[in-house]
Design a protein. Structure first.
Ligand code: GLA
Length: 362
């Protein structure tokens, strides 16, 4: 049954492990956060999107909407309407008022949350009957084509498909996913927003993607997911940069599998070592980390954390730290002190819990 108006919510995400694997047909293991974007929405029949966020208003006529025709944050929203139309589900107008408790640029997927909250609201208001899984490519198309950011499918999958108290194991190649219970016991996952800001659109993300595609081409495989023997693949690549990129992607997929094995075995503490390995791989082989992230992970581990790593695309944003609940105060203090020493702004801290994916609130 279609609804005239309502309130919808879509979460941000933390990727526990499996970074820069999604566009290589690999494995990811995100969970959704309680924080996200809420939209108070109403249908309207004049073919216009009226968008409000943070004191700004954007009016977007749906007629003539095409990739590139809308600029700025409104492109993420209008892109969803555009992508629905392209997929054979045209929608009329809507008024959408967005509020967010997810800091933009923190690497916790505020843009995917914006797309996904729009997708679930339009899906319900226009009675499109699309499943959360069917909305994933719609939201991704909004980001890739309409906002012009060449991301993979990790963030939109997390925002739409995650469930409370679980991490989502997604195999991007097959599209199959399963819910893995995230039982932390006496441990916590601390998010450290390093307050160093990133822009995925600045080219470095696209450059990494292109390097992976070039390595796959040289190796004669469809994607780096098909590399079966790392040693053999590395010996065939002449360019040391491509060798490092391949090493990260192949080993990161194995770290996702190992993490799932440990979670199923109730061995959360041991996941820390895999987070550390992932961070070093992203820092040294994939070269997407940033000084504040390296310092935060290092300070946390020295202060007793089991492990930690940067999350998201890199070049700014957040870090996650796995630590015993009773060590968190010491760890936060150690990180803040480390930041003060370098005259960096104090980071922001958040304890991550696994929340449900996008849904209607009322
Ligand atoms: C960003 C992108 C995702 C993914 C990550 C890296 O968050 O939006 O698709 O590629 O970077 O894992």
């Amino acid at each position: 049954m279609s609804v005239e108006h309502g309130v919808w919510h879509a979460p941000g995400r933390v990727n526990l492990i499996g970074e820069h694997t999604d566009y290589n047909d690999g494995l990811v293991l995100p969970f959704a956060l309680p924080q996200g974007i809420t939209a108070e929405a109403a249908r309207r029949d004049d073919g216009v999107l009226e968008l409000h966020s943070g004191g700004q208003t954007e009016i977007v006529p749906l007629e003539g909407l095409r990739p590139g025709s809308v600029k700025g944050w409104a492109a993420y929203v209008a892109g969803v309407a555009g992508a629905l139309g392209e997929a054979g589900h045209p929608v009329g107008g809507a008024t959408l008022r967005f509020t967010s408790d997810l800091p933009a640029g923190s690497g916790l997927s505020s843009s995917a949350a914006l797309e996904c909250v729009t997708a679930v609201a339009l899906n319900d208001m226009y009675d499109l009957g699309l499943s959360a899984k069917e909305l994933v490519p719609v939201a991704q198309r909004a980001e890739n084509a309409y906002a012009g950011v060449p991301t993979g499918v990790l963030d939109q999958s997390a925002s739409l498909l995650c469930t409370a108290e679980h991490a989502l194991l997604l195999d991007v190649r097959s599209g199959l996913s399963s819910q893995i219970p995230l039982e932390l016991g006496g441990f916590r996952i601390l998010i450290v927003d390093t307050n160093a800001r990133h822009a995925l659109g600045d080219g470095k993300y696209g450059e990494r993607r292109a390097q992976c595609e070039e390595a796959a081409r040289q190796l004669g495989v469809a994607s780096l997911r098909d590399v079966k023997n790392l040693g053999e693949a590395l010996s065939r690549l002449k360019d040391p940069v491509l060798r490092r990129r391949v090493k990260h992607v192949v080993t990161e997929n194995h770290r996702v599998e190992a993490t799932v094995g440990l979670l199923k075995a109730g061995a959360i503490a041991e996941v820390g070592a895999l987070l550390n390995a992932s961070h070093l791989s992203l820092r040294d082989d994939y070269e997407v980390s940033w000084p504040e992230a390296d310092a935060a992970v290092e300070a946390a581990v020295r202060a007793g954390a089991r492990g930690g790593r940067m999350v998201g695309g890199g070049f700014g944003g957040s870090v996650i730290i796995l630590a015993r609940a009773d060590t968190l105060d010491t760890i936060r203090e150690a990180i803040t002190t480390r930041f003060t020493t370098s005259s960096w702004p104090t980071p922001d801290y958040l304890i991550a819990t696994a929340a449900p994916g996008a849904h209607r609130l009322s």
